[in-house]
Write a protein that binds this ligand. Structure first.
Ligand code: HEC
Ligand code: HEC
Length: 346
């Protein structure tokens, strides 16, 4: 999200350069010997096509309007294939959920939980989505989709309609969560890295001349694990603990929880019942009943957890859970294959 804001200054400078060079070439074109003989002056329309940024206070928002009701159908048609019907996004950025969780032990960084300005959501969708056809949406559609994504986050009700007046007035749950004006890790309010460009006799070998203090390195835990799409994260509170856990195959982190608790914690039970009715995937005792007599079932199921895939129970794919430590996956499969086959298969 911050990328669009960060690049704004750079974008302005480019526009100014384009204007300056257009002015220069216009002068030249009028003269007798144009030096390059190509290019054309930038028109208002050309500039307008580039000048699409929307600021936190709403400056730059276009005319038009759209609401949650209208947004749903557009979302299903143009966004759900990548972001999921509920914004849960198995593969791509998670759009919904986790609101209010950022300061908890299990922060979920989603669009809804992290954004500080609703106007940025409009800007982002308008500028960059759908990923496969950016800037193909009408302004009304972008208003409707903005409203719908906010609705998926339970931030607004289903009767919300947005326009350039109302959108900037929405207060996002994480409005106060950003700290502007400090260096990366503030050293007297200045960025703590100074990197003069080396133009000659530059060192050829990489040599570490400074490093972040441990208090800073561990400040947010292991972001890669926290950003995984499913379930919440069992981990130590510091990077060192997480690294130790991962190096040890996850053993330190998981030794004490029972397999069923583990399945609950890492999100399996969102799609699988242990016993009984089929949810998105088969119930685990159904899986057990099908494979109990089959040699190689354990290896096959481990491969499935690693790679994901569909076809054994229906069209819906099982997501890859390769981000779980191998020992967790083995415990889960061994447990599934040993759950009592109660015969409650639907
Ligand atoms: C083809 C897959 C695809 C489709 C379709 C798609 N997106 Fe995305 N979306 C992505 C990807 C990939 C990213 C991350 C892009 C990046 O970081 O450069 C993303 C990022 C986003 C983000 C920012 C997430 C964040 O918090 O940083 C929003 C909001 C978003 N999409 C909304 C939408 C909406 C609304 C639609 C429908 C109009 C849509 N997307 C359609 C793939 C898709
Ligand atoms: C988003 C939903 C979802 C989540 C979360 C999920 N699964 Fe699945 N799972 C499925 C679906 C759908 C299938 C059926 C795939 C098929 O038809 O081949 C499946 C199939 C399976 C199977 C049977 C595989 C086969 O080929 O017969 C096992 C075992 C399994 N899941 C274990 C797990 C475990 C363990 C977790 C948690 C780490 C988990 N699943 C999380 C949806 C899910």
């Amino acid at each position: 999200m911050s990328r669009s804001a960060d690049s704004r200054g750079a974008f302005r400078r480019i526009v100014l350069l384009v204007i300056a060079s257009a002015a220069a070439s216009a002068t030249l074109a009028a003269g007798t010997s144009p030096r390059f003989g190509f290019g054309k002056p930038v028109s208002e329309a050309d500039l307008a096509a580039w000048d699409i940024d929307v600021r936190p206070d709403g400056k730059g928002l276009p005319e038009g309007s759209g609401g949650v009701m209208g947004g749903e159908a557009i979302y299903e048609a143009k966004c759900a294939s990548c972001h999921g019907s509920f914004g849960e996004s198995n593969e791509y950025h998670v759009l919904a959920g986790g609101v209010g969780s950022l300061k908890s032990a299990h922060p979920e960084r989603t669009t809804g939980s992290k954004l500080n300005h609703a106007t940025t959501l409009f800007d982002y969708i308008h500028r960059a989505m759908p990923y496969n056809a950016p800037q193909s949406l009408t302004d009304d559609e972008v208003y409707a989709l903005t409203a719908y994504v906010l609705y998926l986050n339970d931030i607004v009700g289903d009767d919300l309609v947005l326009d350039r007046e109302s959108l900037p007035k929405l207060v996002m749950p994480n409005a106060e969560g950003f700290y502007p004006g400090v260096g990366f890790m503030s050293v007297d309010g200045e960025p703590d890295v100074k990197a003069p460009a080396c133009m000659k006799n530059c060192p050829m070998s990489g040599e570490e001349t400074s490093s972040l203090p441990e208090s800073v390195r561990g400040a947010h835990g292991n972001l890669a694990l926290q950003s995984r799409p499913l379930g919440y994260i069992r981990q130590g509170e510091s990077t060192a603990e997480v690294q130790a856990a991962v190096a040890g195959g996850g053993a330190t982190a998981v030794a004490e929880v029972a397999p069923e608790t583990l399945a609950e914690q890492v999100g399996c039970l969102a799609c699988h019942a242990v016993v009984g009715t089929r949810k998105l995937g088969p119930s685990f005792n159904e899986v057990q009943a099908r494979y109990q007599a089959e040699a190689g079932a354990r290896a096959m199921l481990l491969a499935k957890l690693e790679a994901g895939g569909a076809g054994n129970w229906g069209e819906m794919p099982m997501p890859s859970v390769s981000y779980l430590p191998a020992t967790d996956r083995e415990r889960l499969v061994d447990w599934i294959l040993s759950t009592p086959a109660t015969g409650a298969t639907p």
